[in-house]
Design a protein around this ligand. Structure first.
Ligand code: 4NP
Length: 166
């Protein structure tokens, strides 16, 4: 069974492309790439079509992680298409929840804050690193690495469902 995950932040050039890249990296390392469809989007439209922020890509690259995504804005149809939408901060969560209300019954996706999965950090929001220094980008990756590990552990039993015998 393929599970479809969408990571969402504001601009889709820093946090959610990083979440997408980190999760894909974990999948590759564990040989699980064929079990998931992974994408990211922003609640805003300013950066549509742009690659991830250069500083975010450089920080990820230092950890051996590629961030190939191009920014796009979340659409109503995403809430029907994806199984799980992971939001980076409270404003993203509110924006996606409001979009889901607009979409009505077709919005079948579960919406959860990304850091609700974190095990080693108490923070509830992934801070926007855009206007800060390099350490902000490193911290984003630390938070996402922790949350992605736990997220994958939690989702694995469901993604393995088709392999189980009745
Ligand atoms: P992101 O960061 O939401 O993590 O992609 C941002 C980057 C740029 C802007 C906002 C957030 N901006 O307003 O330009």
């Amino acid at each position: 069974m393929t599970q479809k995950l969408l990571f969402v932040c504001l601009g889709n050039i820093c946090r959610s492309p990083a979440a997408e890249g980190v999760f894909l990296h974990h999948l590759q390392e564990r040989g699980l790439s064929d079990r998931f469809v992974v994408d990211s989007a922003g609640t805003g439209s300013w950066h549509v079509g742009n690659p991830a922020d250069r500083r975010m890509r450089a920080a990820a690259q230092r950890r051996g992680i590629d961030l190939p995504s191009r920014a796009r804005q979340i659409e109503l149809s995403d809430l029907a298409e994806f199984d799980l939408v992971l939001t980076m901060d409270d404003a993203n969560f509110a924006a996606v929840t409001s979009l889901a209300k607009e979409a009505g019954a077709q919005a079948s996706a579960e919406i959860r804050p990304m850091l609700s999965y974190a095990r080693h950090f108490n923070e509830t929001e992934v801070p926007d690193p855009y206007y800060g220094g390099d350490e902000g980008f490193e911290h984003v990756l630390d938070l996402l690495d922790d949350a992605c590990t736990a997220l994958l552990d939690e989702l694995l039993p469901a993604s393995a469902g088709s392999e189980r015998q009745p």
